[in-house]
Design a protein around this ligand. Structure first.
Ligand code: CAA
Length: 285
């Protein structure tokens, strides 16, 4: 398959990452089918897309007409069979191996044999996900960053059996969405989360151990190293449950230096997951 043969893109999961991927694919001119298991999740995905497109129009990055036509190119569904005609599918469901493998098993049955199957996993093994399908050579990682419409980077992850054509197509597709790519081997956390997760956990530990107040940990890192967000603010932005899941996978695979911070576990247990629940290390309206 070549880039110009990709007309229709499927996205499985209409959450933060899935709806962002659907939006940028539609903005680049692809027809998109966005699927989630319940209509209320699909509707919430469209609400986020509408909000994001409005913000891009307000910033003059898109015209109203471009935003409306991108929106019109996205179909929402709860039926996986509606992805049958997709040329490339990006899976962006919850970070659980069993759930991802089950989606990939269904996709391999539903989609044609040529369809490229990508996963947006942030830490799980591409090779293990691909092991349940009949075309592991056409499976790769396309790891988008949150918020997808704003962040320029996409990590292209190479599974044990991913072939060169699929890899080249992964880069070309992401670039066609206006992104820049880098490549990572299928090792836990790839490039970004292997380095980001210990940074965030160390920020949480520094706060918990009384090195500085929340805001001063974040100010120290933003003013001191020019990153746009400090570790606690970024953890709230990503979602503390997502950070904990990723940290636990890294800990399991790479050992003690990846141990999640105790306070991270405690906040997740309390249901304070960051911006999306109104409280994490900070409070939100
Ligand atoms: N859609 C469209 N526009 C958006 C948007 C979205 N989803 N989110 C933010 N924006 C826009 C805002 O409307 C705003 O526009 P104006 O400047 O015109 O007001 C602009 O982006 C900047 O936003 P804010 O003023 O709200 O705040 P900010 O200046 O702090 O920028 C940010 C927000 C872009 C998120 C920036 O803080 C940032 O880059 N933070 C770091 C994000 C990051 O590291 N993401 C990667 C996380 S790791 C990951 O995703 C991988 C993983 O597996 C966990």
């Amino acid at each position: 398959m070549e880039l110009d043969e990709i007309d229709t893109v499927g996205v499985v999961g209409a959450g933060t990452m899935g709806n962002g991927i659907a939006q940028v694919a539609a903005s680049a001119g692809y027809d998109v089918v966005m699927r989630d298991v319940e209509q209320r999740f699909v509707s919430a995905g469209f609400d986020s897309i509408d909000d994001s497109l409005d913000r891009l129009v307000a910033r003059d990055e898109l015209t109203r007409r471009e935003a409306d036509s991108a929106r019109d190119r996205i179909d929402g569904t709860t039926d996986l069979d509606d992805l049958a005609d997709c040329d490339l599918v990006v899976e962006a469901v919850t970070e659980e191996m069993g759930v991802k493998q089950s989606v990939f098993t269904d996709l391999a049955e539903t989609c044609g044999p040529e369809t490229i199957l990508a996963t947006n996993t942030s830490t799980l093994s591409i090779t293990t996900i691909a092991s349940v399908v009949d075309r592991p050579e056409r499976v790769l990682g396309l790891h988008f960053m949150n918020p997808v419409p704003v962040m320029k980077g996409v990590e292209v992850v190479v599974g044990e059996k991913t072939d060169e054509k699929t890899l080249a197509l992964g880069h070309a597709f992401a670039e066609d969405l206006g992104k820049e790519t880098w490549e990572a081997d299928d090792k836990p956390g790839f490039v970004v989360n292997r380095i980001l997760m210990p940074w965030i956990n160390e920020g949480i530990r520094a706060y918990d151990e009384g090195v500085a107040e929340e805001a001063d940990i974040d100010r120290g890192m933003t003013l001191g190293t020019n990153v746009p967000m400090g570790p606690l603010e970024l953890a709230d932005h990503i979602g503390l449950d997502v950070v904990l899941d990723a940290s636990e996978t890294l800990h399991e695979e790479l050992g003690d230096r990846y141990q999640p911070a105790y306070l991270l576990k405690r906040k997740v247990a309390a249901g304070d997951l960051g911006k999306k629940t109104g409280a994490g290390f900070y409070k939100y309206d």
